[in-house]
Design a protein around this ligand. Structure first.
Ligand code: SF4
Length: 372
């Protein structure tokens, strides 16, 4: 079945994409008999589940609960039993809650507005757009990982698709492009091409109906797109040595940090960073060049720290950072200190703003009064 398609912002790849879909679409039970209930159920079931795995579950589910009112009357245990093996059981619980809400508030039907659909438990913007476009012809683009990948390649988009701002931008662009007559077919065609042709690795560009319009293909960037950079929320581990350097006159070497940075404007003792758990060779090289590297700092303090004594170690946790600190002590009769450092009388240490990570050094010193 071919049909002329109009989108409000005509994009030359939309027509070949949908034509390809009409001849290549896989047969699926929710496509062959498409109702709002079956579309909704399939979208929920196929989250984190492959089509081949989900299909027999879908068939069993609709045999038992053929519509929303029959599902709403179900016992939760029975629904969970039918779901057994699919995992992510909150999906099943939300299905049941949503079905009951639809019976109470929408005459047992899936609502036909985005606002009402998004109020249902388990229905986010993606599911709402998918169900509404496929079941009611509402022109809303459903943007999932497949769609983001395809759009990024089609337009050679250099933005990070892991960022909410990028997803919003794609959604807005597709909102203009989506054909008003058959928005559901457009959404399904995008998903289907992403699942069958424009694969994450080794996409079958030779068989792609939109190859002529694909900017990633034209500029040989297919392997580099989409850009996916995960926000790094892991804890960085950094390893330090702190030096307590005191003079024979009960003074300790310390400096005030420059105003910017993690401990900007606060006081610090001499230190050297040994490594960080995230150091790439490039980072390490950069730090050495700028004189920040542990090697450089250790060299700077070597002439003062001979001989030295180990006085303790501890860990300190910042948000997303953990420092592993070892503390060494040495006494010197040298007057001059490296740039930025000064001799601070021991009795004045308490008056200076040392952050907690250095306060621990002060406590270590207090525990060992003989040290200084
Ligand atoms: Fe994806 Fe290749 Fe088609 Fe471009 S040409 S949309 S990269 S399959």
């Amino acid at each position: 079945m071919k049909k002329e398609l109009k989108s409000s912002g005509a994009s030359p790849w939309v027509e070949p994409l949908i034509s390809w879909f009409y001849t290549n679409r896989r047969s699926m039970p929710w496509r062959e008999e498409s109702t709002p209930y079956r579309r909704w159920l399939s979208e929920i079931m196929l989250q984190q589940t492959r089509v081949e795995t989900g299909t027999p579950y879908f068939i069993r589910f609709v045999e038992r609960y053929p519509d929303i009112p029959s599902l709403a009357k179900a016992q939760e245990d029975d629904v969970l039993k039918l779901w057994e093996g699919l995992g992510y059981y909150s999906r099943a619980r939300n299905l049941l809650k949503a079905a009951r809400l639809m019976v109470e508030e929408h005459q047992g039907e899936f609502p036909d507005t985005e606002k009402a659909a998004k109020k249902l438990p388990g229905v986010g913007p993606y599911t709402a757009a998918a169900v509404l476009s496929m079941a009611y012809g509402v022109p809303l683009p459903s943007v999932d990982g497949n769609v983001l990948r395809m759009y990024a390649r089609l337009t050679a988009m250099g933005e990070n698709v892991m960022e909410a701002a990028t997803i919003k931008k794609v959604q807005q662009a597709l909102q203009v492009i989506i054909p008003r007559e058959r928005p559901g077919d457009f959404n399904e065609a995008m998903m289907e091409l992403g699942a069958l042709v424009c694969l994450p690795s080794n996409p079958a560009c030779g068989a792609c109906p939109v190859q002529d319009h694909c900017q990633a293909f034209a500029t040989s960037q297919v392997d580099q797109l989409p850009i996916r950079i995960k926000k790094d929320t892991t804890t960085r581990h950094r390893y330090w040595v702190f030096y307590v350097l005191d003079s024979t006159r009960r003074k300790v070497a310390a400096k005030k940090n420059p105003p910017k940075g993690l401990l900007g404007g606060l006081w610090a003792f001499p230190m050297a960073e040994l490594a960080t758990s995230h150091d790439s060779q490039r980072d390490q090289g950069k730090r050495e060049k700028s004189g920040e590297s542990g090697v450089e700092a250790a060299r700077q303090w070597a002439e003062y720290m001979d001989p030295f004594e180990y006085i303790g170690k501890y860990n300190h946790v910042f948000s997303h950072r953990k420092w592993f600190v070892e503390v060494f002590h040495s006494t010197t009769d040298k007057e001059n200190l490296p740039e930025g450092f000064q001799w601070v009388p021991v009795e004045n240490l308490k008056e200076l703003a040392f952050p907690e990570v250095y306060q621990k050094v002060i406590r270590l010193m207090e525990d060992r009064p003989a040290t200084i």
